[in-house]
Write a protein of this length. Structure first.
Length: 199
């Protein structure tokens, strides 16, 4: 079996347009990242543990950790072992009576448990090859700043869409937007007569 790659939790990010959250794992001693989509509850469970927020009653992952402890099962590590059809597969590795037991788990639950048990997170190299991300380098290898490329030309349809905004901006009289030319809140516009006050 190839040597597993150790990662650490870099951040938990929110997607404003969907209820999904993104856990970003960073390879130890490297600038390679592994983003994994998780549900909002799992993301909250990870965040609560990272921030060491004390809860009055145990959450699900706290309960699971307590059950392992009560059964004399020691969590040694968690592994993300496979990526298939855009689904990540994980294992919780537990030592019981000197034997190593692999428990199938969603990576999000395994990560939430790893934060509580303070155990390493390991990723199979094939998963890193498929889904790992290297950030774009702003400076080329020679140390020179790369030249900025010209933006791609607009398509005919794109140019037509932009022309609508150009027409709109062209019709705006920006001088009238100056605060000094605006009437007071209780003053009517100059082209409308004042309403008589009710007695």
């Amino acid at each position: 079996m190839p040597e597993m790659i150790e990662v650490q939790i870099d951040s938990v990010r929110v997607h404003l347009m969907t209820p999904q959250r993104l856990v970003v794992l960073k390879q130890v001693n490297s600038e390679r990242y592994l983003p994994i989509w998780v549900g909002p509850y799992e993301a909250e469970a990870i965040t609560v543990a990272l921030q060491e927020v004390e809860m009055s009653r145990p959450l699900t992952h706290d309960l699971l950790k307590n059950v392992f402890g009560a059964l004399n099962a020691r969590i040694t590590r968690i592994e993300i072992v496979k990526l298939q059809n855009d689904i990540f597969y994980g294992n919780i590795i537990v030592e019981v009576d000197g034997k190593e037991v692999h428990i199938d788990s969603r990576p999000s639950d395994a990560i939430a448990l790893s934060v509580r048990a303070h155990v390493p997170i390991l990723v199979h190299p094939s998963v890193m090859e498929q889904a790992g991300i290297l950030p774009e380098q702003d400076i080329s290898e020679g140390g020179e700043t790369p030249e900025k490329s010209e933006p791609a030309p607009l398509s005919k349809e794109g140019a037509e869409r932009l022309s609508v905004f150009e027409d709109f901006l062209g019709k705006l009289d920006l001088d009238k937007l100056d605060d000094k030319d605006k009437p007071d809140d209780d003053e009517p516009p100059p082209d409308k007569p004042k309403k008589p006050k009710k007695k």
